[in-house]
Design a protein around this ligand. Structure first.
Ligand SMILES: *Cc1c(COP(=O)(O)O)cnc(C)c1O
Length: 382
């Protein structure tokens, strides 16, 4: 095992070192390292264009951006959401003093099931917080219909959907607002970072812009002018070094995605027709980002459990992740709280017990993918 090359679940993309150094060189002249500097401004404009947003506000983390949007949109009471996500989505709702109500997911791509959402609406519901899973978009049309019909806000955790488009329309344009994460392990990153994309239905462009300005002020301690603090704000600004990483990574994104695509296609070629595996492949009209390589192992058909597969990979010096597992309605910090019960979301529970995300990055070679697939396919025969 020791002499076998280690293949990891993910590897952060790195722009050429010299290019990053050139990008940050002006900071040594300006001494302007944070607080809405020149690189922040440039990055925000480029990103706004790339994501096709109306308005965007950059953050230190994706998580803080979704918390700030929940607060600033004035959501109250209950928010219908999915447990098949990262802890962040559910924590954001709870930390803002609201009650998450868990809908189940669809069995094909594990995004929130609109039929399940509709059944959970009460007079206390103020919003739906859905999650695009593994780069696969939610059923955005059905969710928008439900939101319109019941007068609910529709928010997306789009941490997995950077660069994803449906029929040329970017993920960030769906719903009222979307959160992006630029954490080091995502398909696109700023080391740590995130963004709030805003396009609230029924608001004028001016209203959406005013909302963006409010988010900008709130993430800077609620500063509304010189020595003026109009909000009880937080400190969630993106710094210039992160913005510079974003500028460089955005420039190289097409190469990163092409490399991921090649790896994903090799995986699909090797594993796509194997009975008992669901690879959550993207729909044909979707421009995908190949951010993860999820495989859901139905042990009754495949002949091995995901834990057996993970163990076999580990023995071959290959790491992979149980992601998303556990469900967020099963997290230790919520145990015993009313409404947190995996039995309410059986499809999500089934998937969380069977999913592995196999190694995926822009550095993965065909040989690496073949090695991973050889091990996966060997497990049922052991
Ligand atoms: C990464 C991630 C987050 C958190 O984003 P940060 O930038 O790390 O705060 C939230 N939701 C999902 C689905 C994620 O994958």
């Amino acid at each position: 095992m020791a002499d076998k090359k280690r293949i990891t679940t993910t590897l952060s993309s790195m722009p050429p070192f010299e290019e990053y150094v050139e990008e940050i060189r002006p900071l040594w002249e300006s001494h302007w390292l944070s607080n809405f500097g020149a690189i922040h401004k440039e990055f925000e404009a480029e990103l706004n264009k790339y994501l096709q947003c109306d308005e965007i506000s950059l953050y230190d983390h994706g998580h803080t951006s979704i918390e700030s949007m929940i607060e600033s949109l004035g959501l109250t009471g209950e928010v219908i959401t999915t447990p098949f996500t990262f802890a962040s989505t559910t924590h954001a709702i709870v930390r803002r003093g609201l009650t998450p109500v868990f809908a189940d997911v669809k069995a094909d791509d594990y995004t929130i099931d609109p039929a399940s959402v509709e059944k959970l609406i009460t007079p206390k519901t103020s919003a739906i917080l859905a999650v695009h899973v593994y780069g696969n978009l939610c059923d955005v049309d059905a969710l928008q219909d439900i939101a319109d019909k019941h007068g609910l806000k529709l928010l997306y955790d789009a941490a997995h959907a950077f660069g994803v488009e449906r029929d040329g329309v970017a993920a960030a344009t769906y719903g009222d607002a979307s959160m992006y994460s630029f954490h080091a392990t995502k398909a696109f990153h700023t080391i740590e970072g995130g963004a709030a994309c805003i396009h609230v239905h029924g608001w004028t462009p001016e209203q959406n812009h005013e909302f963006k300005v409010m988010l900008d002020q709130k993430k800077n301690f609620g500063t509304t002018g010189k020595q003026k603090y109009g909000y009880v704000g937080n400190n969630n600004k993106m710094n210039e070094f992160s913005a510079a990483m974003g500028v460089c990574n955005l420039r190289h994104l097409p190469e990163y995605i092409a490399a991921r695509k090649a790896a994903a296609e090799r995986y699909w070629e090797r594993l796509g027709d194997v009975a008992g595996l669901n690879l959550c492949r993207p729909k044909p009209n979707v421009k995908h980002n190949y951010v993860y390589l999820p495989v859901v192992f139905d042990e009754s058909v495949f002949g091995a459990t995901r834990d057996q597969v993970q163990q076999a990979l580990l023995e071959d010096n290959i790491t992979c992740a149980k992601y998303f597992y556990p469900l967020t309605n099963d997290l230790e910090c919520y145990r015993g709280k009313p409404g947190f019960d995996v039995a309410d979301t059986p499809v999500a529970a089934w998937a969380a017990d069977r999913v592995l995300t196999l190694p995926m990055s822009s550095f993965l070679t065909t040989e690496d993918v073949d090695r991973v697939c050889d091990v996966v396919l060997s497990v049922p025969r052991r």
